[in-house]
Design a protein around this ligand. Structure first.
Ligand code: CUA
Length: 179
């Protein structure tokens, strides 16, 4: 029998189910229910809980909010592109812009303090990938993604873009300092 010739037994669906097939269906059912439960469980217990809120915005509105934080709390600039290093007060809203081809600005955060990270893009879709934590969030123009973060480790975190965004995609890196 093949997919293009009719089955030898025309009423094949009335035959009793094979034990092996039944076992696989049972395994698949149990596993899918386990994964479903994990979605709810991980929302509460996950250490890298990524529940986020998303709002509609515009590039201009988001850029203005990011600029306001940068103007207020910049402590120095870094790299050839003179990217501002911003040290906002603990508990504040911080805005990160993804665009061709940089993450802007660089933040310097305090360990153990909570921040509200807002993400948006200025041109195309980018991917916020925080390393070595491996936290991944898609970043879209005209949408604002808000994630609550509490850095729990000192050090320098890298942000790489993980959505292909053109010729300079591989150079689209940023960083976050936790002190
Ligand atoms: Cu931005 Cu790839």
């Amino acid at each position: 029998m093949s997919a293009i010739s009719p089955p030898a037994e025309r009423i094949w669906w009335k035959a009793p189910i094979d034990k092996l097939e039944f076992t696989w269906i049972a395994i698949a059912l149990v596993w899918s229910l386990t994964m479903f439960t994990m979605m709810v469980y991980w929302h509460i217990a996950g250490g890298q809980n990524l529940s986020n809120e998303t709002y509609k915005t515009t590039k201009e509105m988001f850029a203005a909010k990011a600029q306001a934080v940068v103007d207020k709390y910049t402590v120095r600039t870094e790299t050839d592109q003179q990217i501002p290093v911003v040290k906002p007060p603990a508990g504040s809203d911080i805005y990160l812009i993804g665009r061709l081809w940089a993450w802007w600005p660089i933040y310097e955060l305090e360990k153990g303090k909570a921040y509200k990270l807002h993400l948006s893009a200025m041109d195309y879709m980018h991917g916020f990938s925080l390393q070595p934590q491996n936290i991944n969030i898609q970043v879209h123009p005209n949408y604002e993604h808000v994630v609550k973060i509490t850095p729990n480790q000192l050090g320098t975190y890298s942000i790489v873009c993980n959505e292909y965004c053109g010729i300079g995609h591989h150079t689209m890196v940023g960083r976050i300092y936790v002190k």
